[in-house]
Write a new protein. Sequence first.
Length: 595
Amino acid sequence: MPTATRLRALLTRMVMAVVTNLVPTLFAAVGGLYLLLGIAELVGATEWFFNEPAGTSITFADLLLPLLGVALVGIAVGLKQRRRDIWLLSVGMIAGFTFVSWAPLSAVSRGGGGMDVVALITNLALVGSLLSTRNRYTVRGSNLMRASVYLGWLASLAVISGVYWGVSMLVLDVTWDQARTYSLGDPTSTIDNLQRLQLLATIAFFVACLAFLIRLLKSLRPDDVRLSVAATRDLLRRCGADSLDYFVTNEKKRHYIWRDGRGLIGYDLANGLVLASGNPICAPQHRATLLNDFLHDMERDGYVVAFWAIDQTLADDLGNRGFRTVKLGEEASLEVDRFSLENLGARGSALKRAVRSVEAHGIEFAFYRLEEVPGHVYSQMDDLDRSWLQEFGGTDEKGFSMTLSRLPDFEDQDAAFAVALDPSVPGLPRVVAYLSFVPVYNRNSYSLDMMRRTRQAPNGINDFLLVHTLQVIGYHGRDTVSLNFAPLAETAGGPSLLGRAANALPPSLKKTFYIDSLYAYNDRFGPDWVPRYGAFKARRDLIAIVRMVAKLEGAIALDWRRRLSRLIAGSNYTITRSPPVATRYAPEVTDDQDS
């Protein structure tokens, strides 16, 4: 991308960011003002403030004013929180105000002053501009796209309202007082049958507004936030086929939602760089279209796009689109039916010794699906996860591309755990280590997520858990297990360019990125190695990409942030979620089942 274009895109993003934050604030401010004025009018406070005669009648417009304020505040909340349900409900309320304001009977209800033409014009402009762009602003969280829509709304209101007032005051020679009287009406007129009919319509409208308001308040509850989570998991069940797909639910990732949830790409955004992680999640026949739309939308807004941890097929596709691809490492994948300690030779013997050493300490193995985990076991795993993070990395889990960065909870219905239990502790068995797995739909597979252990756990505890898991997981309907992604690993021939660069790294950095240890550990189980790639357009973007990946994967962590996060996590943590209690343990695995 030329330098002039990049500068132009940067300036555009800065301006649009200001507008994006300003417009919801304006909606909230105006809505709050209307709400306060409406309440003040209803309680009679404006008689003193505006020096109005005592006992001034409350007009129909006075009753609508607080509800109009609620609707405008609702629009602001919907825009700021990207809640389409709140936004649509608020727009519906505005549409209701438009219906009432143009109705001829409203002129009678306000005392014969005529239709509220000002409300008619402004509300029609607002509703029309909102509805005409209802799909554009929800495409993604791009400041440029959302700000352009906001500016379209403001322009529509300004142009239409300006034309109306200009024609009224300049051409027809209408003064401000006359326009105000024409708009608000004269409340001294008598009541007739038409006004009574309008009153019935008004009551119906207020009932509808009350229903909108109740739905608006309900949509603010945390339960409704999980609707989007449920939609993501439904998409994964239908289209998830890659071992990294489920990690799109990582809370660090943003979502590019394609065509109302028919496709999804997980990414993060920083300093004008969009880093997409993993493959697009959609039906195979839609993959090319989803990728086209994603690249078009992001590059149109001036973002630099890169991909991380993608498979060979997507790497080849991006190569044909002008991207440079580079091998990042390899992922270990184990077929359950083929796994046998006897066939691993010396590696199998070493694993057997590790398993028997752990069993000599009286440690027992259990494998649970999420709904089967006993409540006390889940609570102990949660405590172990918290203490692990405090000791090794603060409150944030390392990782971006191949981790949930959290303990699976009741929303992860198809997750599973392999748990090492110490029954020698008085009371309930104590959790000394566990592994968490997430599903790979459409492949009957699991992906390994977290590995946790206490300091008191015997050596070889992870070997113990993995060996027993691989021996029993077939009974749970799984054919393969995906282990850790080993960065910069190279098993096919000689090392790649990145592999040669990794060999030149100092030992401290190799330890930070787990370059040597992950490959050596995974290779002990005799897996198949699946390559993973990265893709980028220009070499000059490499530094920004590497820096962003290092930060997301946890390689860059400041000591003061870790200390602060440990202090915060030490006192304010409570367990709020636990799966249903169950008592069924997985069957024990003995030495004669090693093969």
